[in-house]
Each structure stands twice: as structure tokens, then as C-alpha cells.
Design a protein around this ligand. Sequence first.
Ligand code: SF4
Length: 528
Amino acid sequence: MNFMEKEKISQAIKNLDSLFGKNIPESSSSDKKTAALIRGILESKNNLLSEEEEKSLLLLLENIQKNKSLQEIITLFSYLQEMSSQGKNLNPYFVTNDLEKLALMHEYTDEHGVTVAGRLHALGLIKEANKRTAKYLEQKKEEYSGLEIRETLEENAARIRKNLNISQEEWDSYAGQLKYRIDDADTLKKALDLEPQVLDEIREVNKSYRMRLTPYWASLILKADKSDPIFLQSVPTIEMIKNKGDDLPAVASDHSPARLIDQLYPQVLTIKSTNMCAMYCTHCLRIMHIGKKDQAISRDAYRESISYIRSNKNIRDVLITGGDAFTLSNENIKWILSELDEIDHVKTKRLGTRLPVTTPQRIDNELLEILSASNEKKPIRVPMQINCAREITPKSKEVLGKLSKSVSALLDQIVLLKGVNDTKTKMWKLCETLQENYVRPYYVFNCSPRNKQFSHLRVPTEVGQEIIESMYGNISGDAIPRYIAAQGGKIPLHRTNVVKRSKNSVTLKRPWDGSMTDYPDRDPSSYS
Ligand code: SF4
């Protein structure tokens, strides 16, 4: 027989009376679930508490007294539940009334009237939910963002600066980044440690496809081969030749009702304002726009496109894109925005760019002021393409922070690419890193089947569905992008979670664990 601490335990229970100073109405009693919990705890069992267990119990009671926190009450009930499940008899210590008083103290002190059973239930749910993200939280430590490898990136930048003879001042400027752009295999060899076979392949592919990396972007490459997501997105590989089908006309060339304009939808259109980008992506849907050489577009051409918009009163949202809209001069961006701001029926504008991650040096104060002034008149959103967390570096973080204050929204339009972002961990990490850096993950595009050159980078639609669906219930809702196939417009690729419909309810599947729930619906036949 133990009961070494029984007297002390009884005294500790008495000390808890009115501990929280809340008036518990005389007639109140525990809710059904808490009453059942207490009954279970006090069911007669065969085994007694050991001396050590008694001491633990005493400590838990004293902790309630000392800390006056509701958490301590819950810890006590958890302990009692655990002891009871181990067949320990708790009757010598408590009567039903003691535990009920404690439970009511919890309920009447909690700001939202949460009961002991309710809180224990919630803690159980969280424990289960945490299992869903445990693997991700472990793996995300190895899936570095550019912010987590700052020193390596600085070392890379120093090496490239030295090898290409770039001064720090030139490195820090957009003009310097363009001046020292890398567009042939020999220059790339100076910047990166390329194996001879990789070098030969690049030389071969460059005969058909041009390459351009800024020295800054090259400094993000950790390993100079196809296993590196930054390399893979920017250095043309031999698969582009092997997969090459027929050269197709530039995308949307049959959707161009006026000079520089692409239009598929009644209220939204695109001005293809340039064919230039600071970095050419190996998976570029506009591979034919980008063509073989940079092309300057005249003010007259812009005027014609603006004139089309002015005469088409349905247009309310104009996307200025390219190529990359931020490769336009500040003067041109200012002029186009001011023309659009003058048109009454244009209500909102977008500028499509990848420069905040490929060449963040471009985002100068003058550009920020231009954007800010136009955004005051009519909102500007900036859709970007950031495909992996490694693209978010201290430098891009800085410019994303500044941009976010100058426009109404930063959006990311991710392209789902094999080897870049085709696992749950890579995509979750990307979307969370974006959100932490002022960017809303907006779309995930299934990589287009149109251009065969990059079919090796495509991911099956089903793999993409698994990845996107896995985010629901596990990461913030507004960090989950919409999954899209672009084929004559944007077609959502999400699977439905409505698995059955009946007259007054629908059966829904919870994406995070596959469990089903009946959701009462309004009868459509009584709705008009
Ligand atoms: S930034 Fe956009 S337009 Fe330019 S190469 Fe990349 S995908 Fe193509």
C-alpha cells in the first residue's frame, strides 16, 4: 500500500477551491463529454499509484495552485486520463465533485467557455494534424531557400566577380549585370565549374537556342549541372535538341487583334511590350517571341496598342508583359502606365516580370516611385515567375519588400518543372517562402506541351494535383496557388472534392487525409 502523499494531495485539492476567483453558478455542472471523462477517470481499477506517480500528481496539483493557468488544469486531466488508461485506481485521491469543480473552474475562466473535454479533444486533433506535416518540417531543413545559404551565395558572387572582372559597383547595378551577361558557353565556363561534357553540350545547344544568364543569377547555381534547379532553368541542355519538334509560331500569335496585343478574354488583354529578358528560361513558353535577338519596340507601336485599348471599352485589366516588362526603360514604363491611367475603362494594370529574382538590381528607386504614383491612380499587380525557394535571396528579399510597398499585390505564377519544384517539399517550401517575402503564390502552371523543346521538364498533371492538394489543411490557405493548364486560356486542374450529391447534402472529401464528410446543402430545387 502506498498513499505516502495522500494527505498532501488532499490538502492540495482543497487549496484549489475558488482558485481562479470566478463565480461558478451553484446549479452548474459539467458538460456531457467532461462528465463522461471524469467518470472514466474515476472508474474503479485494480492498481494503485506508485510513490513516484503520487509525487507527480502532487506536483501537478501544486503547479495549478502556483501558476493559476488553465494549461496546468489540462495537464492534470491528461495525466489522470493516462493513469486511468494504465489501470490505476484514482478513487483514493479524488471524488467526482473535486474533478468537476476543477473542470468548471476551467470552463468559467476560459474566455470562450472551452470545456476540459473540448480542450483535450482539440489537443488530440492537433497531435494528429502535426503528423501530416512532420515529414515536411524535417525535409524542409534540407530544401534551402537562398536566404539560408547566404554565405555560399556571397562566395559564388565573389568568384564570378573575380573571374569575369566585374567591379562591386558594376555587380550592384542593373547596367553592370547586363554588361557582363553570360550568353555563351566559354563565359559560363569562367563563372561556373563546368564538366567538359556539359560544356560541349551547351556549345551544341547554343547553336539553336540562345542562352542568357546575368552574373547574379549564375551566382545562385550551387552545382553546374542538371541536378541544380537554377542551372536547369537557365542553361539550355541537350534534351532541347533531342526533343525538338517543329518550330511553332509564337504563342498566341493567332490571338493578336492589334499590334503588340494578345487577347483571349473579353475584359483582359496583354501588351507584349518587349521581347527582352535579363535571363532566358529554358522552359519559356514565349521561346519564339524571344527569338534570336533583342528587338527595340517603337513608341508608334505602343501607341497603336494603346489606341486599340482606348477604343475597346470592355477592357478593364491590362497586363504589360514581354519578354519581361521591367526590361523596359523607366521612361517607357512611366509613359505606358500614364496612358493607361488616362483611359477611363481601364481599371487595373499588371506588369509581368522575373527581374526581381533574376536581376534584382533592376529595381531602382525611380522605378519604385513610378509604380507607386501609378498605383495611387489605379491598382498595379506584379505577376512574377519564381519557381524555387533558392531564388529568394537576401537581395531579392530586399527588392520584394520594397516592391510590395509600391504596388497593390505581388503574385507568383509558378511553372511546375521536373527537378525544380516537382515534390511536395519543394513546392510547400517555395510557397511558404514566397508568403514570408510579401508574394502571393497565385498560379502553378503545368508546363506547356506546346513547345517540344522542353518536354523533358514536364510533370504529369496527376503529380501536380497530388502536390497542390497536399497543401490544403497543411499550409496557410492564401499560400496555396491555383493549378492551371494553359490551353486556349487558363483551365483549372484541381480535382473536385465533391464525391457525391444528394438532394440536401453533398459528400465532400477532405484533401488532407482523404476522410469523407456529409455537408448539408441547400436544396437546389427550392433555390431561385
Ligand atoms: S522571364 Fe518569362 S518571357 Fe522571359 S524567358 Fe523567362 S519565361 Fe520567357
